[in-house]
Design a protein around this ligand. Structure first.
Ligand SMILES: NC(=O)c1ccc[n+]([C@@H]2O[C@H](COP(=O)([O-])OP(=O)(O)OC[C@H]3O[C@@H](n4cnc5c(N)ncnc54)[C@H](O)[C@@H]3O)[C@@H](O)[C@H]2O)c1
Length: 299
């Protein structure tokens, strides 16, 4: 098989590339960023997907499948700069879909988000839950989903919960896990917003990469699947686990709740278990221990 990974220089993309290569799948990457974690067996093109030269990559390789992970992945950036968000998350996605159609790619696998469930009406949230939008990011991910559905391509739409793990950038708009770990290892103060009892569903990046790899090989198609652990973890609990792993000695600093913060989020993963015969296997304790080790080596 020959697979294109867009966004393959990014956090989830780089793990997905490694997983595909270790499964013996030929892998090509398009990303506008230089890969920090290059896999020597993959072919890399440094290109913006909105650059017309992207078409030449589709022309040069006979892709069986595309895993489309490239995106502007920050909710805050989408609020500050909706034009950039729409360019990266809508226009670039439409181009990828059109190239897939033109060059006979059989299947597209795309990364959408739990952001589409906004404030959940029930927990755990399943894929039938209505979607609604609290940010341009949620709108752009939903728009991408609709283009994929209409494309006539075989597709799998993944809606990821909060992905964490080695290689996640702790700067800028990173996830809470990498921010807490970096600060804990440097002995810096850690703020917890609100009462810290807000919960999230933290899924380990190697499990997400495995899911992408299985989606390539599986005959399943035309389905929306949550990628999650079906487990709620409070921010206070997360802090305690990271404290244990890093010997952090300080107490968390209480900070005001952030406007728009969702109180609880956990995604039902029964459908992905049934469809791809896999659910994330890594416990939060194990995933955090791996992530802390990575940060110790890297930062
Ligand atoms: N990390 C999470 O918790 C999470 C949760 C839900 C959904 N997602 C989605 O998963 C995907 C991967 O996320 P990530 O956390 O690895 O983000 P990331 O920022 O680490 O990776 C995204 C990559 O896409 C590239 N990119 C963006 N726009 C591009 C363009 N126009 N042309 C070429 N390359 C472009 C970036 O250079 C980057 O390397 C994204 O689609 C994101 O929205 C992530």
């Amino acid at each position: 098989m020959n697979v294109l990974v867009t966004g393959g220089a990014g956090f989830i993309g780089s793990h997905t590339v490694d997983k595909l290569i270790s499964a013996g799948i030929q892998t090509v990457v398009i990303d506008r960023a230089e890969p920090k974690y290059r896999n020597d067996e993959a072919i890399y093109y440094r290109l913006d997907l909105n650059n017309p030269e992207t078409e030449n990559v589709f022309k040069a390789h006979d892709f069986d499948c595309v895993i489309h992970l490239a995106a502007q992945a920050s909710v805050a950036v989408s609020v500050a700069d909706p034009v950039k968000d729409a360019a990266d998350n809508v226009m670039a996605s439409v181009r990828v879909i059109e190239y897939c159609k033109k060059y006979g790619v059989k299947k597209i696998i795309v990364s959408s988000s739990a952001a589409l469930y906004a404030v959940p009406q029930y927990l755990p949230v399943d894929e039938k839950h209505p979607v609604s939008f609290l940010s341009p990011y949620a709108i752009s991910k939903h728009t991408m989903e609709e283009y994929v559905r209409l494309s006539g391509l075989d597709y799998i739409i993944f809606r990821y919960a909060n992905v964490y793990g080695p290689r996640q950038d702790p700067h800028g708009e990173a996830g809470v896990v990498s921010i807490f770990i970096e600060r804990a290892l440097k002995g810096l103060p850690i703020e917890i917003h609100g009462d810290g009892e807000q919960t999230r569903d933290f899924v380990y990046v190697a499990d997400v990469a495995e899911m992408n790899c299985r989606a390539v090989i599986s005959p399943a198609s035309n389905v929306v699947l949550n990628v999650s652990t079906n487990t709620q973890t409070s921010v206070n609990k997360l802090f305690e686990l990271i404290k244990e792993n890093t010997d952090y000695a300080l107490l968390p600093i209480p900070a005001p709740s952030r406007p728009g913060d969702i109180k609880h989020s956990v995604l039902n993963n029964a459908l992905v278990a049934e469809t791809l015969d896999f659910t994330p296997q890594t416990t939060l304790a194990d995933g955090l221990a791996e992530t802390v080790e990575f940060f110790k080596r890297t930062y």
